[in-house]
Design a protein. Structure first.
Lengths: 332, 275
């Protein structure tokens, strides 16, 4: 590895990228923002929020900002890899914090305690997040069952099974989830009153059917991704078909299935807000309801966004554990 | 709210609800001792979640009173407006006390047994404005919700085909009509200052008053331009239940209960059309 002063030097591509970035934010008028305000002392207060600096000053501020970023990146590159990641995460989180802080909103509302004795944030978690979580968890489980059946039907040699499976995936991938929710909640009862399911089961069914259709394709790709030599080897050993699938094909397919399934689950966590049209108080809806009380909807929605994010991060961690389990055979 | 949440969860998990087709809504309400009402939790002061995390508001109080007079418990569910107005409730809830205008189109899928109050439609201007009568608003820039009854009024094209709608005439000719997704967006523009984007807004009087209470620098001008009747809605099919609702709401009109609730929530008697 070259000595550190040399490792600080940016490549010409990096230099060009940062100059282009500086020019772009300069032309967008970065001088008149809070970021521009950081350089106000240098220019005698001619930049910053509310100021209207000329084009030249804007570009100078933009280039300076890009330079600061470039130096920041080059310095961080000297650290070990893990530290680099941690520092950049912290910096980006700080930028996000500054962005939200610049809205100049009253975030005290999160912790305000009403007559219920519960803060708004606590209510958001105990009512909204809990509902979102159990609806999504049940739905992803049922969706996986639907998906496995659809994938196997599609791979089978039976014409009707293939047809039903392809019709199912085509319909539920091709129509909006919101309309599927309406079809199940409002359409099914017209067949007979015994099909008038309540809001939560209707929502879980709609989410399961819709995501089952997407997952069916993921499962199919995973099963087909297992090399055909594995089938042949199992046959040569005299293993029956069912056992071959369960012990040989499925565990290897799971390695390919888990990452995109985790992806779908995180997407579902947020799509589950659509069940609110039936009156289910999940996270997004609860945030809107609580916010509406004090004309503070935006503040509560930001709280909901952060809760969704934290839930997603937890599931990313769980997913990476499952991935490691099924990837054991490939570790070196 | 806790109790409400728990009952809502319990109801949500009882997989299948009781059917509502046989015209026996009343029997079911009386035998289960529960009257289920649909309500919008984002519509203060008609219905909203109060700081005790319980449903509260004028519509909620009216619903509670109806349940009380039937001698049953009130349960509240919160489906979306489109789901309520689509009809075919399948017994999931028994009535809507949701400030619904009983138009003919809606009357094809829902029943409207009783009108319980009238929303006055009012003009409001910036607090600094010198306008003091409806005549002052002629030729001004007026903001309102697009495609709603207020928009139709300003375009002199308003039809409320509900029974009991009081007659009205067009007293204001706007210079320019600006429409927004909802009326409160127009309030935000009026808030910027007298004449900055808007000279006046046109909306429901209770909504305007609620905004003023929340610090919007506005004031109402003149008398309400027209009145919209608002009714309790039920699913089609149970004449007995409808008759019971009509009887109870009629009694609440007669004994002053509705007037008292209207005073409590709107600071005015909106239960009849002001002369």
């Amino acid at each position: 590895m070259p000595p550190w002063p040399e490792r600080l030097k940016p490549s010409s591509l990096q230099l060009a990228l940062f100059v282009a970035f500086g020019l772009a934010i300069g032309l967008a008028g970065v001088g008149g923002t809070r970021a521009g305000g950081l350089f106000a002392p240098i220019f005698g207060g001619a930049v910053g929020p509310g100021a209207e600096p000329g084009l030249l000053l804007n570009i100078v501020v933009g280039l300076l900002l890009a330079l600061v970023l470039l130096i920041n990146f080059r310095l961080i590159r000297l650290a070990p890899f893990g530290a680099q990641v941690a520092i950049i995460w912290a910096e980006l989180a700080l930028v996000f914090y500054a962005f939200v802080d610049s809205f100049d909103r009253d975030f005290g509302i999160w912790f305000e305690v009403g007559r219920s004795g519960q803060s708004n944030l606590a209510f958001l978690v105990t009512t909204g997040a809990v509902t979102t979580l159990y609806v999504s968890l049940i739905a992803i489980f049922v969706a996986c069952c639907f998906a496995m059946m659809a994938a196997l039907a599609r791979l089978s040699s039976s014409g009707p099974a293939y047809a039903v499976s392809t019709f199912y995936t085509s319909f539920f991938r091709g129509t909006p989830l919101l309309l599927q929710v309406y079809l199940i909640y409002l359409g099914l009862p017209t067949l007979g009153p015994q099909f008038a399911m309540n809001a939560v089961p209707s929502g879980i069914l709609a989410l399961s059917l819709c995501y089952g259709a997407y997952l069916a394709e993921i499962f199919r790709a995973g099963i087909q991704g297992v090399p055909s030599g594995q089938h042949d080897a199992a046959k040569a050993l005299g293993l029956p078909k069912g056992l071959t699938f369960r012990k040989i094909i499925f565990p290897q397919a799971m390695r390919l299935i888990v990452p995109p399934t985790g992806n779908q689950f995180i997407a579902m966590l947020k799509d589950s807000s659509l069940v609110s049209v039936m009156g289910v108080w999940e996270l997004t809806r609860t945030a809107q309801i609580v916010g509406k009380r004090d004309f503070k909807v935006f503040e509560m929605l930001i709280a909901a966004a952060i809760i969704y994010w934290i839930m997603s991060i937890c599931f990313e961690l769980i997913q990476s554990r499952i991935e490691r389990h099924y990837g054991k055979g490939y570790e070196r | 709210m806790h109790k409400l949440t728990i009952t809502a969860f319990a109801a949500a998990f009882s997989f299948v609800t009781t059917p509502a087709f046989s015209g026996e809504v009343l029997d079911r309400v009386m035998s289960t001792k529960t009257l289920t009402m649909s309500s919008d939790p984002e519509y203060p002061p008609q219905s909203f979640l109060n700081d005790a995390n319980e449903m509260d508001g004028f519509d909620v109080d009216v619903g509670k009173e109806i349940a009380k007079r039937m001698g049953v418990e009130l349960k509240i569910v919160t489906p979306a407006w489109e789901v309520i107005t689509a009809g075919g409730w399948s017994g999931r809830w028994d009535m809507s006390v949701g400030s619904m205008t009983p138009t003919k189109a809606r009357a094809e899928v829902l029943s409207f047994p009783a009108v319980y109050y009238y929303t006055p439609a009012s003009f409001a201007v910036h607090a600094d404005s010198s306008s003091s009568s409806l005549a002052d608003l002629n030729g001004k820039v007026i903001g309102t919700c697009g495609g709603c009854t207020y928009d139709a009024y300003l375009n002199k094209d308003l039809v409320i085909d509900a029974e009991g709608t009081p007659p009205f005439d067009y007293q204001v000719t706007a210079g320019e009509i600006r429409t927004y997704e909802t009326d409160t967006n127009a309030f935000d523009d009026l808030r910027l200052g007298e004449g900055v984007r808007l000279d006046a807004v046109f909306s429901a009087l209770p909504t305007i008053q609620e905004a003023i209470k929340n610090g919007y620098p506005m004031k109402t001008v003149g008398n309400p331009a027209f009145y919209e009747p608002l009714a309790v809605a039920t699913d089609k099919g149970d004449a007995e239940f409808d008759a019971k609702i009509a009887e109870i709401v009629g009694a609440m009109h007669a004994d002053g209960t509705l007037t008292a609730l209207s005073d409590k929530w709107y600071g005015a008697d909106l239960t009849s059309v002001a002369k």
